[in-house]
Write a protein that binds this ligand. Structure first.
Ligand SMILES: Nc1nc2c(ncn2[C@@H]2O[C@H](COP(=O)(O)OP(=O)(O)OP(=O)(O)O)[C@@H](O)[C@H]2O)c(=O)[nH]1
Length: 410
């Protein structure tokens, strides 16, 4: 679980009980503040929308707009008891449509509400609204549904008026969005999961006063944090490889104590690799190398320094302690068969076909050279340690590559 996932989990653990208890507490002790709680979701959702615009997070913007529409509709249309057939029908329709729209939005390209290609998401949102309005006008349908549902609706041992089928539907969409998040890691998928879960909470606690206000206020806060985290990722993670980039390294260097070891590492003969297989395949290899390097043990953190060069930081460790970890990762990468699609020069040639073999992918060997240095009297600041590690890396290249060299003072 990543740091940002952990932060979100802690936030959810704090907000969930707060969202469930706050309405009761407000009604009991501060009844005059009820109107404030009802307006709180507008504040938190507006803040999330504003931030998503600042960070140009189109998909998240639309998901916040969807959350606001859902809350607005709940406030406008669902304020009477579910024994009123019209309210019951609208409760069902909103509960069914909401999660489906959220999943639909994450399936669309990531375009903002003001982008000309954002019309697809607008069409989905406004089309669903029109469908909802049309269906709720069908009085006969509402009565038929009501008759059908009545004996099946109160399935939570009278604890909640939520029909089990509806809650299961919302749970299914929440799980689908969660699986999508695990697979793709998009913050929009996480937001969709949270929206489905919020609708589920509102359905389960529908009989409680102010449940929608407190749940959507909490949803607005979590979406705000999600957008913030996404902005942080854009700033600190390398776009291509997904590992921390140079800016993150510079920050980490400022926080290092007196004892640390740095390794600079660089892919061997990467220029000729690019020339042979093409820049796109080179990019794929950079991603694979970054992923494998990140498995280095010893509590090290790996950064993309730039180009085909990476920095490995061992905080609190001496070079002697790090050498075995570096040796293990050097060997691991040298022995790993990188499978590449050769769509460079040899794409159509007979030679290219021979190289790719039956599986369509060619197995190539990638090696790395390493230069290692630590803080010393000769290199008292991180910039000088990096320079010393770079000099050692140059020595590793001269020594034939695919090896580790330690800086002299280390
Ligand atoms: N595909 C791809 N190539 C990159 C990227 N950044 C840098 N490169 C390439 O990396 C190559 C680095 O080449 P050199 O510095 O000459 O080093 P080398 O060929 O790896 O040789 P040695 O380091 O001496 O083993 C250049 O061809 C760059 O174009 C990138 O993001 N993607």
């Amino acid at each position: 679980m990543s740091v940002s996932d952990r932060t979100l989990l802690v936030l959810l653990l704090l907000l969930c009980p707060a969202a469930l208890w706050l309405p009761g507490l407000t009604v009991m002790y501060y009844p005059e503040q009820v109107f404030l709680l009802q307006r709180l979701p507008w504040v938190t959702l507006a803040a999330a929308l504003l931030l998503s615009q600042v960070y140009q997070q189109g998909r998240l913007s639309f998901l916040v707009i969807l959350s606001s529409l859902m809350y607005g509709l709940i406030q406008l249309r669902l304020q009477s008891s579910l024994s009123v057939p019209q309210t019951e029908l609208e409760f069902w329709l909103m509960g069914l449509l909401g999660p489906a729209i959220a999943l639909g939005l994450v399936a669309l390209p990531d375009q903002g509400p003001f982008h000309r290609k954002g019309w697809l998401a607008w069409a989905l949102l406004l089309g669903s609204l029109a469908l909802l309005a049309g269906l709720t006008q069908a009085t006969e349908l509402s009565l038929a549904l009501h008759e059908w549902m009545r004996p099946r609706a109160f399935l939570f041992w009278q604890m909640s008026p939520a029909p089990l089928l509806l809650v299961l539907w919302q749970l299914m969409f929440a799980c689908a969005a969660w699986l999508l998040y695990l697979y793709r890691g998009h913050s929009g998928d996480m937001a969709a999961m949270l929206i489905c879960a919020s609708l589920m909470l509102v359905a389960l606690g529908f009989a409680r006063p102010l449940i929608a206000a407190s749940v959507f206020a909490a949803l607005g806060i979590v979406l705000f944090v999600l957008v913030l985290q996404h902005g942080h990722q854009i700033a600190f993670l390398d776009d291509l490889t997904g590992i921390p980039g140079r800016r993150a390294l510079n920050l980490a260097l400022q926080r290092l104590g007196r004892r640390y070891t740095l390794a600079m590492t660089d892919i061997d003969h990467f220029k000729s690799f690019n020339d042979t297989y093409g820049h796109d395949v080179g990019d794929e290899v950079l991603k694979l190398v970054a992923a494998r390097l990140s498995r280095v043990r010893g509590g090290a953190q790996v950064y993309r320094y730039g180009g085909e060069e990476f920095t490995i930081v061992f905080a609190g460790k001496q070079p002697k302690q790090c050498k075995a970890y570096l040796e293990a990762i050097r060997q691991d990468i040298a022995e790993y068969p990188f499978s590449v699609r050769a769509h460079g020069r040899d794409e159509d040639s007979e030679r290219g076909r021979r190289k790719r073999g039956k599986g369509g992918g060619e197995s190539v060997q990638i090696t790395l050279s390493f230069g290692v240095a630590c803080r010393s009297s000769a290199a008292p600041v991180p910039e000088r340690v990096i320079k010393a590690a770079d000099t050692a890396l140059y020595a590793a290249k001269k020594a034939g590559r695919n090896c580790i060299r330690m800086a002299r003072a280390s």
